[in-house]
Write a protein that binds this ligand. Structure first.
Ligand SMILES: CC(C)(COP(=O)(O)OP(=O)(O)OC[C@H]1O[C@@H](n2cnc3c(N)ncnc32)[C@H](O)[C@@H]1OP(=O)(O)O)[C@@H](O)C(=O)NCCC(=O)NCCS
Length: 446
């Protein structure tokens, strides 16, 4: 067994009795109430999922294993001369909850080295996708295609004890994560570079190798590391994380679950918002013929979008009630490396103009920017102009967090997810009952 797996084994053995005790002795303790508004409003804020990998505070933002994102960026080991940390270190942190040192990072680097080769048939499936397929469709298909490699599926067929589920899921997760840079960059080469690709450099780390295969010079390796780390996890209730967890709860293997999560991420209210931001900004850029709009011109554009019944992409959030720290960290990077980029100046101006407008409109609970408001502009600056591809980058990062979650889901034997539905008539009966209790819950983003 590898040392990472050994460590994980110990952590799992420590965690199992906690879950067991909660289930056996406290199973009937009430955790939350559910209102009619929440039922009709996308189950927003109902506490019904558990994960220790990350927690999203509405005002502070995400913490990975208890660490804020600035702490994660500061404390994870970095490659020599690199500004951003190894993605491999994040894998260790998310899986074990422990901040890795150089040795631990080295071990994940080695693990990924051994597992990075992509079977030929995956390239062939990508090659056979019809032209104009969206990159996210190709991405999900490529991951689905790899399902025939699933160690978990093979073991399950042969008869496996439930206590060993996590071990087989770990093997699938490490195998898939190691291959993600190759899958992503091959999709890019196929869709936008006539299949001309750059071979992997096994001496490089996850982010460095990705940048190398994309053919984009420094500091794009740091951009990639930052991007994958920031997008890795956002607790369990967001569409992609929840979809991955739900599908995996039926013991569908990790490949099927990750392909499903990619499909969830491909919606414009979720991961696809990053490409929407670019599309929306470029429309204004064209209109302005490249000039930086005045505050009034920018406000007019925002109001025009709202008045035509569309949302402002990159703004608002289902949980957050402040500026997304993922936005702030990318903003810091942009201020340092590309302050004069014209599109960044648009983004900067939007930060000033949009929140008061959303407040004045009075609908969005959170008028502040989220991760997607900033991310595409950085990619654009470094020459990645095909913005349909941006959500694939998000998906590569997100897959890392979901892989960690799925291993732990299997380790703690979380069961088949099966919420209960009722009919509208039943709901009316509950709501119209004169003795129905009313909640005092206020929106807190939770
Ligand atoms: C992220 C998002 C889907 C969260 O949705 P939510 O939890 O339902 O958000 P709220 O409770 O604040 O929504 C209340 C109302 O404000 C509107 N609203 C929220 N964010 C808005 C935005 N950025 N622009 C315009 N209107 C917005 C909603 O559409 C909703 O309107 P409705 O009552 O007419 O349906 C939403 O903010 C959004 O659509 N943002 C733009 C897309 C985006 O950036 N997605 C990436 C998220 S990381």
């Amino acid at each position: 067994m590898s040392r990472l797996k050994d460590k994980l084994y110990d952590k799992i053995e420590q965690q199992r009795p906690r879950i067991n005790k909660l289930n056996k002795e406290f199973g009937d303790v009430i955790v939350d109430e559910v209102t009619v508004g929440q039922l009709l409003g996308g189950v927003r804020g109902v506490k019904c999922l558990i994960t220790d990998i990350s927690y999203l505070d509405p005002f502070e933002g995400i913490r990975y294993r208890g660490y804020t994102l600035p702490e994660v960026i500061e404390q994870l080991p970095k490659p020599k001369g690199g500004e951003m940390p190894y993605v491999e270190g994040l894998v260790h942190l998310l899986l074990t909850g422990e901040m890795p040192g150089d040795k631990e990072v080295e071990e994940v680097l080695d693990e990924f080295q051994k597992r990075r080769i992509l079977p030929r048939y995956v390239y062939e499936v990508i090659d056979s996708m019809p032209c104009c397929s969206h990159p996210m469709t190709v991405f999900a298909t490529a991951v689905m295609t790899l399902q025939r490699e699933s160690f978990f599926a093979k073991k399950y067929k042969g008869g496996i004890s439930k206590w060993e589920y996590w071990d087989a899921t770990y093997e699938d997760a490490m195998n898939l994560m190691a291959k993600l840079p190759e899958i992503g960059t091959y999709i890019y080469a196929k869709l936008y570079r006539d299949g001309k690709r750059i071979q992997q450099n096994p001496a490089l780390d996850f982010g460095g190798n990705f940048a190398h295969m994309m053919g984009i010079a420094k500091p794009y390796d740091d951009v990639s590391r930052l991007y994958f780390i920031l997008h890795a996890d956002h607790e369990s209730g967001n569409v992609s994380a929840h979809t991955g967890h739900l599908v995996s709860s039926s013991l569908s293997d990790l490949y099927l679950s990750i392909a499903s999560m990619i499909n969830g991420l491909a919606g414009p209210l979720h991961g696809l918002a990053n490409q929407e931001v670019l599309r929306w900004l470029l429309e204004l850029y064209d209109k302005m013929e490249g000039k930086i709009p005045t505050d009034d011109e920018m406000s007019q554009y925002v109001w025009d979008t709202l008045n035509s019944g569309q949302v402002i992409p990159g703004y608002g959030h289902a949980v957050l009630r402040k500026t997304d720290p993922r936005y702030s960290l990318q903003r810091e990077f942009a201020l340092k490396h590309m302050p004069d980029d014209p599109l960044f100046q648009y983004v900067d101006k939007l930060y000033k103009v949009v929140p008061p407008i959303l407040v004045e409109q009075g609908k969005a609970k959170n008028p502040w920017p989220n991760v997607d408001a900033q991310s595409g502009v950085i990619q654009w600056h470094y020459g990645l102009r095909e913005y349909d591809f941006y959500t694939v980058l998000f998906g590569i990062g997100r897959a890392i967090g979901i892989c960690a979650n799925l291993i732990w889901d299997r380790a703690l034997l979380y069961p088949l997810e099966r919420p209960k539905s009722i009919t509208t008539e039943m709901l009316e009966k509950i709501a119209f009952d004169p003795k129905a209790k009313r909640s005092k819950k206020k929106d807190s983003g939770e």
